[in-house]
Design a protein around this ligand. Structure first.
Ligand code: KMH
Ligand code: ZN
Length: 273
């Protein structure tokens, strides 16, 4: 089996210091959390950024400041900015980090309910536009799929030439409005992507580690981090993203799966640095 790529989603847009005081907001806090995750074994940093007061932003300048600070501490880490941002942001707002030509970025492949009255909007034309901007700037998309229909959307747009291969999917499981974080639904997703595509599992809340184990034993890759889960175990808040990454490394080691370095991850994902 290929080595295991661990992505750390260190910050997200929805969780706050009220959920866990270690959620990073400032440039320094974000760089430190990225470093803790990287040191523990993460090769990809999925990045959202915040204002100093915690408000989510997609500002190009703020992304540049955070990416520069992360690169100082983690010189070879793959930085993957979010183009999802936060619910309610405009397309132009969300697209800003793509213009910094990062190696990767998230590409959300469909609209879904996002809990309460929230709707995370990603129309077909938006996906085409975001993907085209990524192609123009040499950015590999991580196709974020919250439900099976989003895989079909990504495959259809790939066939039409709007999304470039090789495809890499992130199965985001357990969003309040998306597919559940269960082995059955994961296998349905896994069996719906082409054999030569790679995939990562991001499962929300208490399902993060059980589903990480599913990814480890089925040849997938794993995303952990505060964006998806703030607990190390039931009732115990994680002190850092590094603790969450270390737990995945322990699981992978038990199952005999080696951890990918950033260089390994670039090879596995077909990234050209
Ligand atoms: N914050 C969510 C609304 C992504 O990073 O591309 C969207 C999200 C997905 O987190
Ligand atoms: Zn995200």
């Amino acid at each position: 089996m290929e080595k295991l790529i661990i992505t750390a989603a260190i910050c997200g847009a929805e969780v706050t210091k009220e959920h866990n005081p270690s959620i990073p907001y400032t440039v320094e806090e974000i760089a430190k959390e990225a470093y803790e995750a990287y040191k523990a074994g993460a090769s990809i940093i999925h990045l959202h950024v915040r204002e100093d007061d915690g408000k989510p932003t997609q500002s190009k300048e703020r992304f540049k400041a955070c990416m520069d600070a992360i690169k100082e501490l983690c010189p070879d880490a793959i930085i993957q900015p979010s183009t999802g941002g936060a619910v309610g942001m405009t397309d132009d707002e969300r697209l800003q980090p793509v213009f910094l030509s990062p190696e990767m970025a998230s590409l959300d492949c469909g609209t879904c309910n996002f809990g309460g009255d929230e709707i995370f909007i990603n129309t077909e034309n938006m996906i085409i536009n975001f993907s085209q901007k990524m192609i123009e700037h040499g950015v590999k998309p991580e196709c974020e799929v919250f439900d099976k229909g989003m895989i079909d959307m990504a495959l259809r747009l790939t066939k039409k030439g709007y999304i470039q291969e090789p495809l890499h999917f992130n199965f985001v499981l357990g969003v309040n409005g998306g597919i559940t974080a269960t082995p059955r639904d994961f296998l349905f997703m896994r069996d719906s992507i082409p054999h030569d595509a790679t995939f990562t599992i991001s499962a929300l809340g208490r399902n993060q580690f059980p589903m990480a184990a599913m990814a480890i034993i089925t040849g997938g890759h794993v995303r952990v981090g505060f964006e998806d889960n703030v607990y190390l175990e039931k009732g115990v808040l994680a002190k850092s993203n590094g603790e969450l990454v270390k737990k995945v490394v322990r699981l992978a080691t038990e199952f005999g799966r080696e951890i990918a370095t950033p260089e390994d991850a670039r090879r596995i994902l077909g990234l050209k640095k």
